[in-house]
Ligand binder design. Structure first.
Ligand code: FEO
Length: 168
């Protein structure tokens, strides 16, 4: 059984994951407008991944006897000055997600809620991977500058396809 405080915190994270999805879908749209189909595809896969995260919270809250409650999602930004600016924002966003997931894990410890703690383990590991992947791309974009290397990176990023991991 979830405490009402825990239920509210899990719901807030579920809705934050949906907001994350909207940021990346907006980035995908932006890159499409800019003629960068590979970047658009990468961001679309990232959007799908964030919706998968949101649905993990949705399913867990309902399975644990709570009520997954959808909230109003604020509008994401619509345009970025450069691919680097978009990925820098993505990195900052993911670092913020990590802080939120860690705060949830702290609450689970505080409430001695072992089940929630186990549920959150997957997200704690996932955030290490998310920050690493996006941080790596920020590094690559800094190295490339505005040169022709962006064309190659666009081609590489276009191969990304989101495959939902099997549920642990
Ligand atoms: Fe669901 Fe990228 O954090």
């Amino acid at each position: 059984m979830l405490s009402s405080k825990m239920q509210d915190a899990l719901n807030a994270q579920m809705n934050w994951e949906i907001y994350s999805a909207h940021i990346y879908l907006s980035m995908s749209s932006h890159f499409s407008q800019e003629g960068m189909g590979g970047f658009a595809q990468w961001m679309f896969a990232q959007y799908q991944e964030e919706m998968f995260h949101a649905m993990r919270f949705f399913d867990y809250i309902n399975e644990a006897g709570g009520h997954a409650k959808l909230a109003t999602i604020e509008s994401p930004p619509l345009a970025w000055e450069s691919p680097l600016a978009a990925f820098e924002q993505a990195l900052e966003h993911e670092q913020g997600v990590t802080t939120r997931v860690n705060a949830l894990a702290d609450l689970a410890i505080e409430e001695k809620s072992h089940a929630v703690g186990i549920f959150l383990q997957w997200f704690i590991s996932e955030q290490v991977e998310e920050e690493d992947t996006v941080g790596d791309l920020v590094g690559k974009l800094k190295m490339l500058g505005d040169g022709g290397g962006l064309f190659m990176l666009d081609r590489d990023l276009g191969t990304r396809v989101f495959t939902p991991p099997t549920k642990a």
